[in-house]
Design a protein around this ligand. Sequence first.
Ligand code: SF4
Length: 89
Amino acid sequence: MPKIRIKVDEDLCIGAASCVTIAPETFQLNSENKAEVYDHGQAPGGPTYERWLEVTQEQQENILLAAQSCPTLAIFIFDEAGKQLFPEL
Ligand code: SF4
């Protein structure tokens, strides 16, 4: 399964929640109305603004769709080699 790094820039996030609508198992708003990255049950420590996840191809596509839906492009996705998958450079 592909391993990706997902990062939410909390300064860019405006709590619009479209990422939560598209990928609720990965993104949830915290009490400050910022999206945090959930762990799909893979890592202890609870939600955080940045984490590695092992995902299926389908989950990766869904997470990319969620990132594309963000009005402020606050979600960054990297592949295992560190290449930025989104936003495209
Ligand atoms: S879509 Fe973007 S702005 Fe909205 S909650 Fe998600 S990360 Fe934040």
